[in-house]
Write a protein that binds this ligand. Structure first.
Ligand code: GLC
Length: 547
């Protein structure tokens, strides 16, 4: 392992969806003390860092991505002192911590937005957001832009004298977009970024990064009536991936570079293809970015290889490492996705919920873990994937909290099914997520009794054991070795990472002979290296020591 290279070039980062990780205070909602109490589990799993979703004060219209104070902690999640204690303990056990910065928008309850509403049209307070007069005498939205959660991106304000201007929200109406052309906004966030870096966080995840610039004049996008968000295919869209957005990242990079310790900026950026994505990680911008093309790819060798090659080719010229991710708090869990016939991901909970074969999906998910963790660069794991959790697709309608559900007129159930609180131990809910007798904020399936950490801990065939062993071997064997493909047929992904590791993933319908390919180290289905045998079954993967 080369210790001179920044940690984030090869890091495995574990996404903690804070609301659903561990409840320390018994209110049914995960929190910072709960997370802190589970740090030994995460250190034992073998990840390098945690990305923790927002803990800021929030009315929770979008699960905490609607922030009223970007420098503080919501009392439901803890206190700043709890965060300091978390950082100290995490660093003691060798885990880095990345916070989630929501800078495209504030909560509609934020002091700035309240002031903007009160101050009225044309005021400096309104210039921090996008307030515009409507068309058709004020009755129609100022343009045709749409919200990621469905419906128009504009909501009309009602003042003392009746309906007046409209304001822009690319997400929920409770999340008004900030105007990043405003010096107030820029300076305020300089201070916010510094406040977290000063506290000792190791990195910052930039939420909704491509949204943070708009084409001046806010021209129509040309969206068809009823269109839904499709940012991975948009070209020259006036409200997404607009070139001026890169000024924001350069500004933050200059701030981050003044700190010691290889602080990381990582962007959430769903844009049109790897070339556009590579622009976010140019040498004077962010360090890494999530790779949604990989997350969205179907379980298909050609498609996955095309994403891997396309990603590596696009990032090489800017010198940024790739990252690989299969699931997040915004997407259908990949055990379920890989069990569907089409197996490609939908965005932001707009899944078609086609039937899923969970057994097949889990088998593929375990193989995909070995693929993901063998690829060059870094990886992001989403809490619960190490337990093989499926999407919870039968949450009762009255339990659903994602704004997508209401905004879509109850046609898209949204993202709650991947956000169900983790099962830690015991035979029944709350499965150790919260003290016994407490109801978690989303109901957990009774069937998760067999998927708890406790149930999987000592079982060598469990998904948890597979992840632990893969992460241990990855640390031991891999650094920045390049990827070299081997040809084992069009439906097999096979590659070397230097002399130490060969990865073979069988996406075909027939067994792949392993004779002569090396000594088995780990396989996604067999227990123990010896049990791999001389052929790799369909939908499984193996790591081998070549030579
Ligand atoms: C990002 C977050 C998502 C949130 C949205 C708006 O996509 O991951 O959960 O709803 O931004 O802040």
């Amino acid at each position: 392992m080369d210790h001179r290279r920044p940690w984030w070039r090869t890091a495995v980062v574990y996404e903690v969806y804070l609301r659903s990780f561990a409840d320390g205070n018994g209110d049914g909602l995960g929190d910072v003390p709960g997370l802190r109490s589970r740090l030994p589990y995460l250190a034992g799993l073998g990840v390098d860092a945690l990305w923790v979703t927002p803990w800021y004060p929030s009315p929770m219209a979008d699960g905490g991505y609607d922030v009223t104070d970007h420098r503080d902690v919501d009392p439901r999640f803890g206190t700043l002192a709890d965060v300091d204690a978390l950082l100290a303990d995490a660093h003691t056990v060798g885990l880095r911590v990345v916070v989630d910065l929501v800078a495209n928008h504030t909560s509609a309850e934020h002091a700035w937005f309240r002031a903007a509403l009160a101050a009225g049209p044309g005021s400096p307070e309104r210039s921090r957001y996008f307030f515009r007069d409507g068309r058709a005498g004020g009755n129609d939205p100022p343009n045709d832009w749409i919200s990621a959660f469905g419906g128009p991106a504009w909501t009309r304000v009602t003042g003392p004298g009746g309906p007046e201007q409209w304001y822009l929200h690319l997400f929920a109406p409770e999340q008004p977009d900030l105007d990043w052309g405003s010096p107030d906004v820029q300076e305020e966030f300089d201070g916010i970024v510094r406040s977290w870096l000063d506290r000792g966080v190791d990195g910052i995840r930039v939420d909704a990064a491509p949204a943070m610039a708009k084409v001046p004049g806010l021209p129509d996008a040309g969206h068809a009536p009823g269109a839904s968000f499709a940012s991975s295919t948009w070209v020259d869209n006036p409200h997404w991936d607009v070139d001026e957005v890169h000024e924001v990242f350069r500004r933050w990079r200059r701030i981050g570079d003044a700190y010691d310790g290889d602080r990381l900026f990582v962007s959430e950026a769903v844009v049109n293809g790897p070339e556009r994505l590579a622009r976010y990680v140019r040498p004077d911008e962010l360090h890494t970015t999530f790779n949604f093309d990989y997350l969205k790819a179907p379980w298909d060798a050609r498609a996955l290889r095309a994403v891997v090659d396309g990603t590596l080719a696009a990032l090489a010229p800017v010198g940024a490492p790739a990252t690989w991710v299969l699931s997040s708090h915004d997407e259908t869990r990949h055990v379920t996705r890989f069990g569907r016939a089409h197996s490609a991901a939908a965005v932001m909970g707009f899944d078609d919920a086609a039937p899923a074969d969970i057994g097949l999906g889990l088998r593929r998910a375990r193989a995909a873990a070995l693929l993901t963790l063998a690829l060059p660069g870094g990886a992001y794991l989403y809490q619960g994937e190490e337990l093989g959790l499926p999407e919870v697709e039968d949450l009762p309608a009255d339990a659903l909290q994602d704004p997508t559900w209401e905004r879509s007129g109850h046609t898209a159930r949204g993202r709650d099914g991947c956000r169900v609180p983790l099962p830690w131990s015991g035979q029944r809910p709350p499965f150790g997520f919260a003290p016994a007798g407490v109801r978690p904020w989303l109901p957990q399936p009774a069937s998760w009794a067999s998927l708890t950490v406790e149930a999987q801990d000592a079982d060598p065939s469990s998904t948890l054991s597979l992840y632990r062993e893969a992460l241990r071997l990855r640390r031991e064997l891999l650094s920045e070795e390049p990827l070299t493909w081997l040809d084992l047929g069009a439906d097999v992904l096979a590659f070397d990472r230097g002399p130490a590791l060969r990865c073979v993933v069988n996406l075909s319908a027939a067994p792949v002979p392993l004779a002569g390919l090396g000594r088995p180290l780990l396989a996604s289905e067999a227990v123990g290296a010896e049990a791999v045998g001389d052929a790799l079954a369909p939908d499984t993967a193996a790591w081998l020591a070549p030579g």
